[in-house]
Design a protein around this ligand. Structure first.
Ligand SMILES: [Zn+2]
Length: 294
């Protein structure tokens, strides 16, 4: 029987936990607030793990997906911008002390990308280059090469959301100007409409020209990012997840057009695939539980 691991996706609004051994055996979630302090979040994390462990005491380890850049040496996420209560907290250390289980920490977008490579778009392959973009309130990114997360030399690779695509663009939360995140996330919609992304998507679906144009423009900017990624990595597939990706063809048509226009290699242009995430909201937790395969 395959070994069981706990995977926790710790986000700015929710903690999603799973017991996973190839199948999701149990799931537990709790709502969190971005401004919660360390003690409160830590208590909730422990409660979820406890709840999962009660049913499966044979668990072999715990994987954590957290927003923000990773410090590989210290096994911490150094500065999660949307969950400041956990900045520089040795979460793995705290949990290992409490539960006596090996605990691994990874960037949440990397976790989602790993899950897509192992269980989603790349399921079954041994070799392949997959890039995943999570388009939501921001843009998360992960690069997985032959089923291994590409972390860079220090653990901070894959910050695709902060690839600058327009140096004269709007200022990003990171301090740079014109990051992909300012164009391919809810931030773009907020700048161009008073409607929520969901409402705007509905209107676009009903044929509202203005709403359709906003999504088409967003798609074109996204395409600039995809074109750059395609030229640098020549990936097999780029997977799009997150709320904005649900707009589907409203953004995909212009995104693909722009991307293909930018791709230099004919072989890449003809063969690269763009697909929507197959794992949805559980991608992060599944990837966290899969960290022990790394
Ligand atoms: Zn940025």
């Amino acid at each position: 029987m395959p070994e069981k691991y706990i995977g926790l996706d710790i986000g700015a609004s929710k903690i999603n936990g799973v017991v996973f051994d190839g199948e999701i055996r149990k799931q537990a979630t709790q709502a969190v607030l971005a401004r919660d302090d360390k003690e409160k979040i830590l208590k909730q994390i422990k409660e979820i793990i406890q709840e999962l462990l009660v049913s499966y005491p044979e668990i072999k380890g715990i994987g954590l997906g957290l927003p923000g850049p990773l410090d590989i040496k210290k096994n911490i996420v150094s500065n999660p911008p949307n969950l400041t209560g956990l900045a520089n907290v040795d979460l793995a250390g705290e949990l290992e002390k409490e539960f006596h289980l090996k605990t691994l920490v990874e960037n949440d977008a990397n976790c989602a990308a790993l899950a897509e490579s192992l269980l989603g778009a790349g399921k079954g392959w041994k070799k392949g280059i997959l890039i995943m973009l999570t388009l939501g309130s921001g843009v998360g990114g992960g690069i997985v090469i032959n089923n291994k997360i590409y972390r860079g030399s220090r653990g901070s690779a894959g910050e695709i959301g902060h690839m600058v695509i327009n140096t004269d663009g709007p200022e990003c939360g990171c301090g740079l100007k014109g990051c992909l995140e300012a164009y391919a996330s809810e931030k773009f919609i907020k700048r161009h409409s008073d409607l929520s992304p969901l409402e705007l998507e509905k209107r676009a679906g009903a044929g509202d020209k203005e709403a359709i144009k906003i999504y088409a423009d967003l798609g074109r900017w996204l395409g600039v990012g995809l074109g750059n990624l395609a030229n640098i990595f020549d990936p097999d597939i780029i997977v799009l997840g997150g709320g904005i990706s649900h707009a589907g063809d409203l953004i995909l048509k212009t995104a693909q057009e722009k991307m293909r226009e930018m791709i230099l290699s004919l072989l890449t242009r003809e063969n690269i695939k763009i697909s929507q995430s197959k794992l949805g909201r559980d991608a992060g937790a599944l990837g966290a539980a899969s960290l022990f395969s790394q």
